[in-house]
Design a protein around this ligand. Structure first.
Ligand code: NDP
Length: 298
């Protein structure tokens, strides 16, 4: 058996097209959604990521506000920038690029973001909304994973789902999203016993643990949908570092019904979902309905 390889880039491109159309339609209401990205310091990977975000924001017809702060900026100065962005009506979404320098407490900063503009969905208010099924902003990576699952399996009703990993940014919100789709969800972590057996029962398996090729082919139920969130840089002899997921892709593709590759699976969805969340935040703040194309996944 050879699994369908889910093309995350194609799904992300389609979502960005829907976002751009929604932005055009919203101009009839007299506003253009705006995303502010705050980058502290000059972490090379963060700089590239922030540049990409800004380019994609503008490409989708939205306003992009970049705030680059020096590495020695104090927590108080950073909080002042967040307060200024909270109060700025042109800003619908605020994203503080992580990691922050060690002298700044990331949770204090994330708590200072107005939950209505929290397009990363990390604020406890938005986590609570997700847990209680109330409209809010959902973290981008798990939202993207759900869209990928639904691109191959539109109805998840009653399916068994296993989420490997229990972080606040991926594992826990992923579990909540699958529960909201009426899956029977099990969340596994480093203390879970009989992990392979547990995974073998999953119709939907999401791996988000940060361990290269940890999930083997014989852990996968034949025909299951496997979403690989992991991004692991591994040094290859002779070559530069290569990127591996948490799933042994060559083995998974022989057993699964559908599987995401790394790279080209979950990765491209994260920025597309950030743009989607910016439009969603702009609508929710103004009491407008989120455009259908951005709520119907898959
Ligand atoms: P964290 O390190 O915050 O969490 C990892 C989770 O995996 C923890 O819950 C941990 O368990 C669990 N875990 C670790 N080792 C094992 C093990 N041997 N068996 C079972 N569970 C284990 O990572 P994140 O959630 O932030 O990210 C996970 C992966 O996803 C990383 O590779 C990251 O790079 C990638 N990622 C990719 C994104 C994308 O855009 N594609 C975005 C975000 C993350 P415990 O809680 O018990 O310690």
């Amino acid at each position: 058996m050879s699994a369908r390889v889910i093309d995350g880039k194609a799904v992300a491109d389609a979502l960005r097209t829907e976002v751009a159309e929604a932005v055009r339609d919203l101009s009839a209401h007299g506003f253009t959604p705006g995303l502010a990205v705050v980058l502290v310091g000059d972490h090379p990977a963060s700089r590239v990521y922030v540049r990409n975000k800004s380019a994609r924001t503008v490409e989708a017809g939205m306003r992009s506000f970049d705030h680059r702060l020096p590495p020695e900026v104090t927590e108080t100065e950073l909080l002042d920038v967040i307060r200024m962005l909270n109060a700025d009506d042109a800003v619908d979404g605020i994203l503080v690029q992580l990691p922050l320098p060690s002298h700044i407490d990331a949770s204090t900063v994330l708590l200072a973001i107005d939950p209505a503009k929290d397009v990363d969905g990390f604020h406890p208010v938005n986590a609570g909304r997700l847990a209680t099924g109330t409209p809010g902003l959902v973290p981008c990576t798990p939202l993207g994973c759900l869209m990928l699952v639904k691109s191959v399996t539109p109805s998840l009703d009653g399916l068994d789902a296993v989420v490997l990993g229990r972080s606040n940014i991926v594992g826990k919100p992923m579990a909540q999203l699958l529960l909201a789709e009426s899956c029977t969800v099990t969340v596994a972590h480093s203390r879970t016993r009989d992990l392979a057996d547990l995974c073998r029962r999953a119709d939907i398996l999401v791996a988000a643990i940060g361990r290269p090729e940890f999930v083997r082919g014989d852990w996968i139920k034949p025909g299951a949908t496997v979403i690989d969130v992991g991004i692991n840089r591994v040094a290859e002899p002779g070559d530069g570092p290569s990127l591996l997921g948490d799933v042994a892709f060559a083995e998974a593709v022989e057993v699964a019904g559908a599987v995401t590759p790394v790279p080209g699976g979950v990765g491209p969805m994260t920025i597309a979902c950030l743009l989607r969340n910016t439009v969603a935040a702009a609508c929710l703040r103004r009491g407008l309905a989120i455009p259908n194309a951005l709520t119907a996944f898959g």
